[in-house]
Design a protein around this ligand. Structure first.
Ligand code: NDP
Length: 332
């Protein structure tokens, strides 16, 4: 196994540089035995961290993951499991979502039941909740830690200011602040991570578990010649309307050509294609604790783990080449 393990922020937890998540896939487009094949593939490559959320396939993602951990008889102490609370499970009751103390606690208990686990390692606030005072949010998550329902808590798609506020309030109350953010980050989506979050990394060693590292699959180059059957743009078009429309536009064509060129750089460095380099680019960023992979087939995971070999090859020169190709490096 050539997996690398990184520190998850300041928690002492070690997470695999590549992890596996279940949005749209586990319990959605993938159910039953194929989920086991995917999780087994990930474990075989040294993945120790798995990410899900109460909202993923309305709870089915947690159910499928939990079932597979049981069936594979994985040693709990070797696993780092996270779930995310905020969106509920698709129910419309106003109290079955958000970050009230009620939903933080009830939602997490329900997630644990679906996962068949006594605790998750990390519980994320899946979004910020402006309707709940920050002190209440901090106290809600600390209750989970005190009860042993989770070991650490984090944020997802919060602003740097909101994260600083939560840490400040936790400090003032002698409570535990959030220690990890789950943000979108890829070659196509850099600004917030690299600029807004920089002080969090410098000041708190804030951890990150990044999502959509392939921009939903686009950076694998799978959409270079149209939309293949069974691909995410076909199975879940509602999330990619804009991207699908853009594929036919001059802008979109230009972007696909850049992805093709990224594939050429990857091959020059010994990689299999654009996915491996896009993933190595993200994983080699010291402020990224774990790159969450999505995959519907074990072969995709296999290809994506090739990125591990490319990590040492992502030198400053290669980063510069990628900056010049995509022309979107944020100005610090
Ligand atoms: P990616 O950007 O890596 O997209 C993954 C998808 O791309 C796969 O499901 C597959 O879709 C396709 N793909 C992956 N590898 C390959 C390959 N080698 N060749 C061809 N196609 C490939 O990540 P996700 O968008 O799935 O996000 C990863 C995880 O991040 C989620 O599972 C979830 O845990 C987390 N997340 C968190 C969010 C948050 O708000 N906190 C939001 C979104 C995700 P297909 O086969 O269907 O085309």
């Amino acid at each position: 196994k050539d997996m690398i393990y990184k520190n998850l922020g300041n928690t002492g937890l070690k997470v695999s540089a590549f992890s596996y998540g279940g949005w749209l896939t586990v319990g959605g487009t993938v159910k039953g035995d194929p989920v086991k094949d995917l999780i087994k593939e990930a474990l075989d490559h040294g993945v120790n961290f798995f990410d899900t959320a109460e909202i993923y396939s309305n709870g089915q993602s947690e159910i499928e993951m939990g079932r597979v951990f049981k069936e594979l008889d994985v040693d709990r102490s070797q696993l780092v499991v996270s779930t995310k609370i905020f969106f509920g499970t698709g129910k419309s009751d106003p109290n079955q979502k958000g970050l009230s103390r009620k939903h933080i606690i009830e939602g997490t208990k329900a997630s644990l039941k679906r996962l068949q686990l006594d605790y998750v390692d990390i519980v994320f606030a899946h979004r910020h909740d402006a309707a709940t005072p920050m002190e209440e949010i901090v106290r809600g998550f600390n209750y989970l830690l005190d009860k042993g329902f989770a070991f650490a808590w984090g944020t997802s798609e919060w602003t740097a200011q909101q994260i600083q506020d939560a840490i400040g309030i936790a400090d003032r109350l002698g409570l535990v602040g959030p220690c990890v953010e789950q943000p979108q980050y890829s070659i196509f989506h850099r600004e917030k991570f690299e600029v807004e979050f920089k002080p969090l990394f410098d000041k708190y060693k804030y951890g990150t578990t990044i999502w959509s590292p392939l921009a939903g699959g686009e950076l694998s180059g799978k959409y270079l010649n149209g939309i293949p059957e069974n691909s995410r743009y076909k199975t879940n078009p509602e999330y990619y309307e804009q991207k699908i429309k853009e594929l036919e536009s001059p802008e979109g064509k230009k972007r696909q050509d850049k992805i093709r060129q990224l594939g050429e750089i990857s091959k020059r460095l010994g990689g299999t294609g654009p996915a491996a380099l896009a993933l190595a680019w993200a994983a080699s960023n010291p402020n990224v604790s774990s790159v969450i992979l999505g995959a519907t087939k074990p072969e995709q995971l296999k290809e994506n783990f090739e990125a591990l070999k490319l990590i040492p090859k992502v030198t400053d020169e290669v980063r510069k080449e990628i900056d010049d190709l995509f022309e979107n490096a944020p100005t610090p």
